[in-house]
Write a new protein. Structure first.
Length: 65
């Protein structure tokens, strides 16, 4: 019984740290997107479009085209 509680506590701590890191990253990204939108009028769709173009360029570069 005690071993089960110890394992459950360890899993809880790991999941809690993971949740905190995920929320921290999500809030940071959201703040950056809001600041970009307010300051420069850059929308998340604009950023996504540039990310997709970049991945296509890298893919073409790797394929030698």
């Amino acid at each position: 019984m005690i071993a089960t509680l110890i394992v459950a506590w360890i899993i809880f701590i790991i999941l809690w740290k993971l949740l905190k890191a995920t929320l921290s990253s999500a809030l940071t990204i959201a703040a950056i997107l809001i600041l970009l939108n307010i300051s420069f009028g850059i929308t998340p769709q604009d950023i996504w479009h540039h990310i997709m173009q970049f991945t296509q360029t890298v893919s073409q570069f790797q394929n030698g085209k």
